[in-house]
Ligand binder design. Sequence first.
Ligand SMILES: *Cc1c(COP(=O)(O)O)cnc(C)c1O
Length: 395
Amino acid sequence: MSQQPIYLDAQATTPLDPVVLEAMLPYFIERPGNPSSGGHRYGWEAAAAIKEARKRIAEAIAAEPQEIIFTSGATEANNLAIKGVAEAYLTKGRHLITVATEHQAVLSPCRYLESVGFEVTYLSVQGDGLVNLTHLEQAIRADTVLVSIMAANNEIGVLQPISEIGAICRQRGVLFHTDSAQAIAKIPLNVQTLNVDLMSLTAHKIYGPKGVGALYIRRPSVKLAAQIHGGGQENNWRSGTLATPQIVGFAKAVQMGLEQLESQTLRLQALRQKLWHGLESLQGIELNGHPQNTLAGCLNVTIHGVDGPRLLAELYPHLAISSGSACSSNQGQPSHVLLALGRSPALAKASLRFGLGRYTTEAEIDQAIHIIQNTVAKLRGYNYLNLLKPSQSKK
Ligand SMILES: *Cc1c(COP(=O)(O)O)cnc(C)c1O
């Protein structure tokens, strides 16, 4: 029983690509300078590496380098975008719009703002996870300062119509922020054609290091109140010594992701399809999310006729998957995303999220299908026995 569980949790995080690690290594010991040290060679080396990384990440989303602010990840980028805009536009109003299926890193800052006097509209979603654009238009008011809607959902993989949302926000004169932690280097992103004003990114979902991300801020039109004050780095928007190795690794990960975007998308779509067909044969299984508008590597299903926590407990030794997001599932709560799709709490708990990635093989998918088929059959068998012979159940 020493076999490792098959890793199918790419939406929670991904391992570092060895090529990314290679790019980072010199910046730990050989080139340790602080990029803000303008007087000597070590500082220049670090500053040059940051400059190059900033340029690459900006290009990946069709932005300018000075519009990229490095952060510790997408959580910080979301906080900076949402609280930073809310504080900077007090004279315009105190109303924000987001969606019930957002990541906690968007919902929590919104709830915090509500606690200090802002008003937030949480749009519901359709059964397929998509935002209703008419509802969005109706929710925009004269005092609305920000719309925050994610590009790709971390639990069900659903891709929101970012281009249409951007067009609506632009037309109504409201800033548009999109949490693109799951989308960067997986789907094409262009802040110009999408009319995005702020975009949150992170490295560790795309084979980059944990602890680094970025916020794109459209310049010069977007005002922002800093959330971390200090030495004035990043144009005063985010103080703190820049993490050179992480930033170099982030840029490398983005570059590699873009190079492989098409080939990986096709490969993952085929694997996902194979997994879905394998699971479908179980009967009593439902797809969560939209069948087409989805991340290639994400599959979320609800399995009827089993106890969710029991199913997960049986699967965990063999499969590294999750029910809901990494953040909510360890608290035993049903996923807020699946509840928003209309699933009952019990069915939300009997749901599995598969995250397929760069290192997932076809053999692993075959194995996963086999394990789930056997486990579900076993649990359903017990259920049926219990149903059939209630009088014989031991007391
Ligand atoms: C992972 C994730 C985050 C959090 O990113 P960190 O870099 O871990 O802070 C935010 N939003 C979405 C959609 C995510 O998938």
